[in-house]
Design a protein around this ligand. Structure first.
Ligand code: UFG
Length: 342
């Protein structure tokens, strides 16, 4: 039997590239689509260096529906699509909301139209814990009521889920939306990892760039929250664990084991760490000192977010296996490889 073919949009990005590696290692044939707007071509060679298999690659912007259509014409029998390709900078989305609605929603709509037309009936959607807004309950369950999204980026994830849910209800398409908490870390080979454009917004790349001397000082956004040490709490998840959740989702959809046409899963460890705990772990496990100082709160930050991950355990048979030490050491190893290469 031929291996099942998976189309991965945004497959050269941070989460996408790690997912491609895990899919190939699980025996899937992978086709990557990426417009290289926030990723680099050398990642393709790195994937091959890890797995020994070069994935087929299409450089393509999903807003060009004709070209997307051509891809589906050329690639018959796509068993599942994993859709990562999207703009994802939270701050930029607040300043440029139309850019985010236009790109993220049209890309998804074009994809769903092609999937319907070509009978590609399985979709794994890259969603985010941001859909919950600033939640009323902790840990966050899949049934936790969505609050208003705090950014246009968050709105596109809420709307994206809605578009998919309604499509699944009306059409033969089945989908799984994975709501990621805070993805961090890198592949243990040091060959792939996060490549932030410009000044990072997220905590871990800011930490690694500060440790590497690229940034002068890390700012801790607020230590007066109602948490044990006053800093915000998040559920950090190793990107390799996260990638594996996508493989499990493809397995479930392709083997028709899903119980609903549209399913949602929280993907985190279920354990929250504060900003200070992350900094302390980074320093302790990597044997170095970070230059940081406490500054004002960042607008829009929720005090604490962590997941109830029991649904993913029960239905996907997935559970995070990598802990804080793996997260901070792999992130630092990747940063060092990058710094050495430049
Ligand atoms: N933080 C700092 N200093 C920094 C960067 C971050 O103190 O330089 C703090 C933040 O205030 C927050 C924590 O570190 O308390 C984590 O911040 P991140 O920016 O890394 O992550 P967020 O939780 O804000 O956002 C992440 C993803 C989003 C997603 C959101 C869902 O980056 O894409 O989770 O909750 F929408």
């Amino acid at each position: 039997m031929f291996p099942h073919k998976i189309l991965v949009t945004g497959g050269l990005g941070f989460i996408g590239s790690h997912t491609v590696v895990e899919l190939q290692q699980a025996g899937y044939e992978v086709i990557i689509l990426d417009d290289l707007s926030n990723s680099q071509l050398f990642i393709l060679d790195r994937i091959k260096a890890i797995t020994g298999i070069a994935p087929k690659f299409y450089q393509l912007n999903m807003l060009e529906e004709d070209k997307l259509h051509q891809l589906f014409l050329q690639e018959e029998n796509i068993a599942a699509v994993i859709h990562f390709a999207a703009h994802k900078a939270v701050g930029e989305s607040v300043a440029e909301p139309i850019k985010y609605f236009h790109n993220n929603l049209y890309a998804l709509i074009n994809l769903l139209r092609c999937m319907e037309q070509f009978g590609a009936n399985n979709l794994v959607f890259s969603s985010s814990a941001t859909v919950y807004g600033d939640p009323d309950e902790l840990p966050i369950r899949e049934t936790t009521v969505f609050k208003k999204a705090m950014s246009a980026y968050g709105s596109t994830k809420q709307m994206g889920e809605e578009i998919i849910e309604k499509t699944c209800a009306a059409k033969p398409i089945n989908a799984i939306a994975l709501r990621y908490f805070n993805p961090v870390g890198a592949h243990n080979s040091g060959l792939i990892g996060e490549l932030p454009l410009g000044i990072p917004n997220n905590l871990m790349p800011y930490i690694t760039q500060t440790a590497a001397g690229i940034r002068k000082q890390l700012l801790v956004y607020g230590n007066d929250y109602d948490t044990p040490d006053g800093t915000c709490i998040r559920d950090y998840i190793h990107v390799v664990d996260l990638a594996k959740a996508h493989v499990k989702s493809c397995d479930r959809l392709i083997s028709k084991n899903n119980s609903e046409k549209y399913e949602t899963y929280n993907i985190g460890t279920g354990k929250g760490y504060s900003v200070m705990e992350i900094i302390n772990a980074f320093e302790a496990f990597n044997h170095l000192q970070l230059n940081y100082s406490i500054s004002a709160r960042r607008p829009g930050d929720a005090k604490a977010m962590y997941a109830d991950v029991s649904k993913a355990g029960k239905h996907l048979g997935w559970k995070a296996s990598l802990g804080l030490q793996d997260m901070v050491t792999s992130a630092w190893y990747w940063q060092q490889q990058l710094s050495n290469a430049h």
